[in-house]
Design a protein around this ligand. Structure first.
Ligand code: PLP
Length: 414
């Protein structure tokens, strides 16, 4: 991407909507590069939630009174907004959960526990987040199914020949991360889904690091299920999304039971209500849905292509700056169209936790650890890495601050 694209987002104006970015620690302004963990929330999103609590707060499910009607409409419209944003057919295909992890578990329990059996295969990738990897491992244990992993090659990309070998007639599900939260790799999820379908399997795509950062159209990917979290896309914590094709969701058993999801209950049995409410028992995250709606409006005002261009530019810049240091090992593909907006790395001779702590002394906020991809780190041969991840308010100057701080780490440890 060109510098022109980067400048097409008015980053200065964007930053004004994030008072938190003005915070200082020890007289230094925070440099927030931990966006893959959670993004910051702009004023219009905070305002939308605050207005909701000030003016419309009530429980949903269409109570008779005005406030409940208003809250219900806001909650339902949030589903419509999400559906429109990701190219789903309608609100029936959008289930609100707590986060991506719960969306994964919903399908694992509703579909996996009921449909998998001995001899069935669940095909994951070696770069799956624990949200998917741990969940399917446990479901496989309980059902007798096997879990297989598509190899990650030395460039940090999926070995698609291996994928073609692995995905076969025993495959019941292919579950893949759209953008790796450790390697930054953008995976060919449409191709993986097509492979799954060729063999009569379903596809589940973990879009936690994709939907916040690039245009995503689930109908183009043809994914059967797709998951993401509000708090990684300028929205609030406490809300996640499970997209599912309506025909599949209609067939699935609910994963949680309770009020608000039923059609008829007798002392003997119960039947389920319409989609998506069938999967949303109890009082749902109403204010959070309002916030997610506002976050999508806000992101679409920026333009998702420009958001993507901005992140690709920053990731490429960070990659090049880190690579030029000579003593930094970077994981995942070089900057470009198949890298999302994050870079994980290690500085020679310095543990990722120590480096991250030194960066924190410079108020540069990054993350150290295995980023919930322990098996991938084992494969990389390191216990941990440091991850810098970018969003629409980040600048090249902030990356320069990170690079400058590396000298302190060298002086102390190398
Ligand atoms: C790729 C990926 N999948 C799943 C998750 C889990 O998201 P959440 O913690 O919102 O459930 C994350 C969060 O870091 C992620 O990066």
């Amino acid at each position: 991407m060109s510098q022109q694209n980067l400048e097409s987002l008015d980053v200065e104006a964007i930053r004004e909507e994030f008072p938190i970015l003005e915070r200082e620690f020890d007289g230094q302004q925070v440099v927030y590069l931990d966006n893959a963990a959670t993004t910051q929330t702009p004023d219009p999103v905070v305002d939308a939630m605050s207005d909701y609590y000030r003016e419309s707060n009530a429980n949903v499910h269409r109570g008779i009174h005005h406030l409940s009607q208003e809250a219900s409409v806001a909650y339902e419209e949030a589903h419509d907004r999400v559906a429109d944003f990701i190219g789903a057919a309608g609100r029936e295909e959008i289930v609100f959960t707590k986060n991506t992890t719960e969306s994964e578990n919903l399908i694992a329990y509703s579909w996996g526990l009921n449909e998998l059996g001995p001899g069935d295969e669940v095909v994951l990738t070696e770069m799956e987040h624990h949200a998917s990897l741990v969940t399917w491992q446990q479901i496989a244990k309980r059902t007798g199914a096997n879990v297989e992993y598509i190899r990650v090659d030395e460039t940090g990309r999926l070995d698609m020949d291996h994928a073609r070998d692995l995905i076969g007639d025993d495959t019941a599900l292919v579950s893949a991360v759209h953008v790796s939260n450790t390697l930054g790799t953008v995976n060919p999820v449409g191709e993986l889904t097509a492979l799954a379908h060729e063999h009569g399997a379903l596809s589940f795509i973990d879009g936690a690091q994709a939907v916040p950062n690039r245009p995503v159209d689930v109908s183009e990917i043809d994914a059967d299920f797709y998951a993401f979290s509000g708090h990684k896309m300028a929205g609030p914590t406490g809300i996640g999304v499970l997209y599912g094709k309506q025909s599949l969701l209609e067939e699935l058993e609910p994963y949680l039971y309770g009020g608000g999801m039923i059609r008829k209950v007798t002392f003997e049995d119960s039947t389920w209500g319409e989609l998506p409410w069938k999967f949303e028992p109890g009082t749902p995250p109403i204010a959070e849905a309002v916030g997610l709606h506002a976050a999508i409006d806000w992101l679409e005002d920026l333009g998702m292509e420009r958001v993507q261009a901005h992140e690709e530019e920053l990731a490429a810049y960070a990659y090049d700056q880190l690579a030029a240091e000579g003593d930094v090992e970077i994981y995942g593909p070089e900057g470009g169209a198949d890298r999302g907006g994050l870079v994980s790395f290690n500085l020679e001779g310095v543990h990722a936790h120590d480096l991250t702590s030194i960066l924190n002394d410079h108020t540069v906020a990054v993350r150290a650890g295995d980023h919930c991809t322990q098996p991938l780190h084992d494969k990389l041969g390191v216990p941990a890495s440091t991850r810098a991840s970018f969003y629409v308010y980040n600048t090249r100057e902030e990356i320069d601050k990170l690079i400058d701080a590396l000298d302190d780490a060298r002086a102390l440890f190398a």
